[in-house]
Design a protein. Structure first.
Ligand code: OAD
Length: 243
């Protein structure tokens, strides 16, 4: 087996605290579009029309139509081997945490529990009047709360702040982990884009899983050039066989 894969498997086995940062590429094998690839969402749609508080204020029906389309894709597919192996790793290693920028909810669905969804979840909505959170109904049109208030997707839009507790915990994990793995993210969106340099500055072994170079590749000690749904199972099989 490839020595770099072996190195990461051994590091996982010895790690007290591992932080795995995931992005859209981890869900690509489930058929969920990424944001900046060839068929990426931001190549076809404009952020300012669909993913800002102002866009929702101007045209909530349009914004909901887009989120319902995305939710339909997510509910019509399923977690892939990257999600299921990460959930297995979380069961095996009590110090492993996942911080995800993804809003599809697939890590939770696959069984990961030490999980921080720093961009929220499109599986959940929040009432603009009473603040209640509830599962997003898959239905055409604008959904409403039982109190009569309009629901919005419980995701973080551009110009909004990230959930404070989840962000704080992510930063602490980045500072305290001894192994940091970034998978399927272009490393272009803050604050997650800075997590690897924080981890590296505090002495963690840094690993990138991505088929192509990214904005943060130069901060990674180990580069695993491949697709997350194949790389994670390969690491898992080393752990199963040899350690
Ligand atoms: P991007 O679309 O920017 O990047 C996806 C990354 O995944 C790219 O580097 C691809 O090379 C890589 N990739 C593609 N297929 C892969 C595979 N099978 N396995 C591993 N990697 C693969 O997505 P993110 O970095 O997640 O924010 O985007 C970050 C944020 O930007 C999103 O959370 C979203 C977006 O605007 C908000 O909506 C707030």
């Amino acid at each position: 087996m490839h020595t770099e894969f072996q190195r990461v498997a051994t590091a996982l086995d010895r790690s007290a605290v591992t932080l795995v940062l995931t992005g859209a590429g981890v869900s690509a094998a489930s058929g969920i579009p990424t944001f900046r690839g060839a068929d990426g969402l931001w190549r076809k749609y404009r952020v300012e029309e669909l993913a800002t508080p102002g866009a929702f204020h101007r045209d909530p029906a349009l914004v909901w139509e887009w989120y319902q389309w995305r939710l339909g894709l997510v509910r019509g597919s399923a977690p892939n081997p990257a999600h299921t192996v990460l959930a297995e790793l979380g069961t095996r290693f009590a110090g492993l945490w996942i911080v995800t920028q993804n809003v599809d909810g697939y890590h939770r669905q696959a069984g990961s529990r030490r999980l921080l969804e720093i961009h929220g979840s499109l599986q959940r909505s929040r009432c603009l009047e009473c603040g209640t959170r509830k599962p997003t109904p898959l239905q055409p049109g604008i959904p409403y709360c039982s109190c009569g208030g309009m629901l919005r997707p419980d995701v973080v839009w551009f110009g909004e702040t990230l959930p404070v507790a989840a962000l704080q915990q992510s930063l602490e994990l980045a500072q305290n982990c001894d192994l940091f793995i970034t998978a399927g993210t272009s490393g272009l969106v803050e604050p997650a884009a800075s997590f690897m340099s924080i981890a590296a500055a505090n002495g963690a072994l840094t690993v990138e899983i991505n088929p192509i170079p990214t904005a943060v590749s130069n901060q990674a000690t180990v580069l695993l050039r491949g697709e997350a749904d194949q790389v994670f199972p390969a690491i898992w099989s080393i752990l199963e066989d040899k350690i």
